[in-house]
Design a binder for this molecule. Structure first.
Ligand SMILES: [Zn+2]
Length: 57
């Protein structure tokens, strides 16, 4: 479902992509997180990959 409004699109992108992923358990964490909320590990967080575009049909 493409979002037509560019402003809404920008907000949606930010919400979807500005997260950190734990490399140990795969949990989603907030952008500001320094350690995983699920396994509590420090230094296992990576920013979610933003290179990939939306899924192609
Ligand atoms: Zn974790």
């Amino acid at each position: 479902m493409p979002v037509a409004d560019p402003q809404a699109r920008a907000i949606a992108m930010q919400r979807r992509l500005y997260v950190k992923i734990c490399m140990r358990c795969g949990a989603k964490n907030s952008w500001k997180a320094t350690r995983c909320r699920r396994c509590g590990r420090k230094g296992t967080l990576r920013p979610k990959n933003r290179e990939l575009g939306p899924k192609k049909a």
